[in-house]
Design a protein around this ligand. Structure first.
Ligand code: GDP
Length: 217
């Protein structure tokens, strides 16, 4: 079956590699999208909800857990060059631990910036923002890093079930306004709730189109 006919989501995904430093990066192959966000933003929950697998990305709030880029691909590819997975999801280490020592923050920034600048196959970074908190100072710093690295990114609100329904469109508009002048930001902001499943199909479709697949189904 041609790759494009395999459903992108609703198809098992597997973890293939943790990347603690750039020499462990897999060779560039399939197009990638990455997920970034403050620790506890709901990143693991969102990745698991997107692929419909509870245990794929580790939901853990342990400060200082291994700072790695985690690579996930749809399962069922032979590894032959002709049968590469259609895309990879990269789970970036969370940022913004209150107690994070400076050297850990510096290590995070170096790994992430080196990755962002050097990865030709990285198509877009989804920057997750907790609906209850909005864009915080350290989110702004990450957006600036992405602007500097000239990597296209889209902001995705998480945990919308935690705020009142009418507040969601207001927050979407406010957030879009905040990033309006940022050069690498995709103008439209998405909203999601992993808990309720809201916005997941829209995000799946956005990801599929980003990597050149017409539909995620
Ligand atoms: P990560 O550190 O960004 O990977 O965040 P996790 O996915 O581990 O989630 C952090 C906490 O937020 C956990 O207690 C989750 O159960 C909770 N959480 C994640 N997504 C949602 C959501 O959509 N709605 C609600 N209400 N809670 C969520």
């Amino acid at each position: 079956m041609p790759q494009t006919e395999k459903p992108l989501f609703g198809h098992p995904w597997i973890f293939i590699r943790g990347v603690p430093s750039l020499n462990f990066l897999p060779p560039e192959g399939p197009l990638e999208v990455a997920f970034a966000g403050r620790s506890n933003v709901g990143k693991s929950s969102l990745i698991n909800a997107l692929v419909g697998q509870k245990g794929l990305a580790r939901t853990s709030n342990t400060p200082g857990r291994t700072q790695e880029l985690n690579y996930f691909v749809p399962d069922g590819y032979s590894g032959e060059a002709a049968d590469l997975p259609p895309m990879a999801i990269v789970d970036m280490p969370g940022y913004g631990y209150a107690q994070a020592p400076k050297e850990q923050v510096d290590k995070w920034t170096k790994l992430v910036f080196d990755y962002l600048r050097g990865r030709a196959t990285l198509k877009r970074v989804y920057v997750l923002i907790d609906s209850r908190h909005g864009i915080k100072k350290n989110d702004e710093e990450v957006l600036t890093l992405l602007d500097k690295a000239a990597v296209s990114y889209q902001v995705v609100l998480t945990k919308t079930d935690k705020i009142k329904a009418p507040a969601v469109p207001k927050l979407l508009a406010e957030t879009a306004d905040k990033i309006r002048k940022r050069p690498a930001a995709y103008p439209a902001v998405l909203s999601t709730s992993s808990e309720k499943g809201d916005g997941l199909d829209e995000l799946r479709q956005a990801i599929a189109e980003t990597v050149g697949i017409a539909s995620w189904k």
